[in-house]
Ligand binder design. Structure first.
Ligand code: PLP
Ligand code: COI
Length: 341
């Protein structure tokens, strides 16, 4: 299979249509057989539920080319399960987890020419999503849903690549207590756009959201979970019921403990203790691990001693080990890599 003629090393995190997308629809309690389409447009009724009440959930994962030329995905079973959890929370039908994995295999196989080559620094970002495509105007679940899986080759999520980013403590909340912060639904991102653009206008790369109940503990950014490293080299991740359970963060805590021998703790992290940490980073499928050099809390600057110019030593080790596992250079824990081609 010949790869597409693309400047793989200079891709940003941006949409471009690729050859095929997978589509299945749900009606009367039954999912249709999936099909592969070459049409990137969507046509739907003017009263489709997604257009009025945001009944939509999505996922994000990547396909990688390994050194031996295989194409693999990373822990897609966790994305399948999280999408099912998100769907249940929004009263949407569940796309069966086994079918999600089969659709992913077929989708990546069909688009193999778009999976960036090993060593290029790029990956194929896969975006499965499901939305209320049937019409309704009363507030209730729609009569029809569509599941689609699209994808695009991408480079780094943040413009500077591995250059540390600057974050502000945000006065808006991303999630309500006992709300939908722990699922991957478009509605969480729509409400973060204003805060995101305001942060950019003020010169920040991202927002640090605080817990909506007391506004004293760290939650996450608009699209990634936080990681902190103490001065003693312990990895700390914020515990909260209103953040997204990141696949990357759950993988990194395992890698930190089992591969790097670090102590790992998940606990509430107070904003007041930020200055005590040696390193800070954000992690997610799109972000991978991006170092945070500085957090600004209403004018007060908190600079992390390691990581102002380049990633701190533990952030770098975590990045190297995780990407090594994803690209097949380091042996993965059982069940983490799904070989497709
Ligand atoms: N938090 C939010 C709000 C996200 O959108 C994402 C991206 O998926 C993450 C965290 C990271 O999750 P994952 O590592 O599963 O991609
Ligand atoms: C991902 O990392 O997969 C996401 O969905 C985050 C999004 C902000 C691009």
């Amino acid at each position: 299979m010949e790869k597409k003629n693309i400047d793989w090393g200079n891709l940003s995190f941006a949409y471009q249509p690729i050859d095929y997308r997978y589509i299945a629809t749900w009606k009367d309690g039954v999912w249709s057989e999936g099909t592969m389409s070459d049409d990137p447009t969507v046509q739907m009724n003017e009263c489709a539920g997604v257009l009025h009440y945001c009944q939509e959930v999505f996922e994000g994962l990547k396909a990688y080319t390994t050194k031996d030329g295989s194409i693999v995905t990373f822990r897609p079973d966790l994305n399948a399960k999280r999408m099912a959890d998100s769907a249940r929370r929004l009263e949407m039908p569940v796309f069966p987890e086994e079918r999600f994995l089969e659709a992913l295999d077929a989708f990546v196989r069909a688009n193999a020419a778009w999976v960036p080559p090993y060593g290029s620094g790029a990956t194929l970002y896969v975006r499965p999503y499901m939305y209320a495509s049937g019409p309704m105007v009363a507030v209730k679940p729609a009569p029809e849903f569509t599941f689609r899986m699209i994808g695009m080759p991408v480079g780094p999520y943040f413009k500077g690549g591995a250059k540390p980013i600057t974050i502000r403590v945000c006065d808006y909340d991303r999630a309500a207590p006992r709300g939908t912060g722990n699922i991957k639904a478009g509605l969480n991102y729509a409400m973060s756009m204003h805060a995101q653009m305001e942060a950019h206008r003020e010169g920040f790369d991202e927002n640090m959201y605080l817990d909506p109940e007391t506004r004293s503990f760290v939650e996450e950014t608009g699209g990634a979970n936080f990681l902190f490293v103490t001065k003693d080299g312990e990895l700390v991740t914020p515990a909260s019921d209103s953040i997204l359970p990141s696949v990357t963060r759950r993988s990194l805590t395992y890698v930190a403990e089992k591969y790097l021998g670090l102590k790992v703790t998940q606990r509430k992290v107070a904003v007041s203790e930020l200055a005590d940490f040696a390193e800070c980073g954000v992690c997610g499928t799109a972000a991978v691990i991006c170092p945070v050099g500085k957090v600004v809390d209403h004018g007060k600057e908190i600079c992390f001693p390691a990581g102002m110019e380049k990633p701190g030593p533990i952030t770098q080790k975590l990045y190297d080990t995780l990407t090594g596992i994803q690209m097949g250079d380091i042996e993965a824990p059982e069940g983490w890599i799904r070989k497709i081609v």
